[in-house]
Design a protein. Structure first.
Lengths: 223, 102
């Protein structure tokens, strides 16, 4: 009985560690996997894991918002952009060498060190890994020096946080809330304007938009 | 029971993974993905610290919501710019986008 009790007490920590492993591995896959579509799906996995950590930390509204916004909107937007611009053929190699590696098939995947670009890319990859490791070491050392508190809080308990968040958004954080809505509106209009412009449309834009560019605008809305 | 300090450490590690990917890759879409991961890591740290201080619990979550809004705006504009670059020049490689030779 006491063993079951201890297990039930350790369950949230076990869940946190499992989610952490999933998040970190899929984050590494986003950085390293060769095909950009696979990277997008690993990004979805990482976002879902972060939503799980939010729920474990008692932020239930934020977990739901994470699933809705990141998994539902941003990841789908990335996939749409990959599909519309036909980026899936282009891996991290330039266009000519990408064809060579896909022709190489499994052998190219088995030996990623032998890139046609030569050693500078590999050296750059190692350097960026060192920079990221140095950053993590620096911040963790600073946190250890400051002393992270070892308090234990109950996992995913308490009242639902939706009502307090809504109250705070419309009282304390009213001005940032309105500014955020203006930022979202401006970004939406800007994204449509940027993505709807057709190639070679500068002369047409000077002469006034013909009806063909309106058809292109409908295509750009997908992004 | 759960220790929010573990989530802080997870946020730091996820941020450095995103930093690694953003520095390493030359594909513009992948760089945007890694930036999204870094923003997510910051959200994680905000929520974990707000859990450590009960009087600031709602404020930290509201900050995370604002970061989500900014991330959505950034992804929309960034992907539109990448789409336009692909249409005009046919590349997504940051090394090849060198019209302004800096």
């Amino acid at each position: 009985m006491s063993f079951l009790d201890a297990f039930a007490r350790a369950l949230p920590t076990l869940g946190l560690f499992t989610l952490a492993a999933i998040i970190l591995v899929s984050g590494l896959m986003v950085a390293r996997v060769r095909r950009i579509t696979h990277a997008a799906f690993f990004m979805v996995l990482a976002f879902t894991g972060v939503a799980g950590v939010f729920i474990l930390l008692g932020a239930d509204f934020l977990g739901a918002a994470q699933v809705l916004i990141y998994v539902g909107a941003i990841a789908v937007m990335f996939l749409f952009a990959i599909m519309v611009s036909d980026l899936k053929e282009l891996s991290d190699n330039p266009r000519g060498t990408a064809a060579a590696t896909t022709a190489g098939g499994a052998s190219g995947a088995a030996a990623p060190a032998a890139r046609p670009d030569g050693s500078p890319r590999g050296a750059w990859s190692v350097l960026s890994g060192l920079v990221a490791l140095g950053f993590a070491g620096l911040v963790l050392a600073a946190l250890a020096k400051a002393g992270l508190p070892a308090v234990e809080v109950p996992a995913a308990s308490g009242l639902p946080t939706t009502a307090p968040i809504g109250r705070a958004l419309f009282t304390t954080f009213l001005l940032p809330f309105e500014v955020a809505s203006i930022v979202l509106l401006a970004a939406l209009v800007g994204a449509i304007v940027i993505a709807a412009r057709e190639v070679g449309g500068e002369a047409e834009a000077k002469a006034g938009p013909p009806p063909t560019s309106a058809a292109g605008g409908g295509k750009g809305d997908a992004a | 029971m759960i220790n929010p300090s573990h989530a802080v450490i997870l946020g730091v590690l996820l941020f450095s993974v995103g930093l690694y990917g953003a520095l390493r890759s030359t594909n513009a879409v992948r760089i945007l993905m890694c930036i999204e991961l870094m923003l997510n890591a910051v959200n994680l740290v905000f929520v974990a610290f707000s859990r450590l201080r009960p009087e600031a619990m709602i404020a930290g979550q509201v900050f995370a919501i604002f970061i989500m809004a900014v991330a959505a705006a950034e992804a929309a504009v960034g992907l539109a710019i990448i789409l336009q670059i692909v249409r005009q020049r046919g590349v997504v490689h940051m090394d090849k986008i060198n019209l302004l030779k800096g």
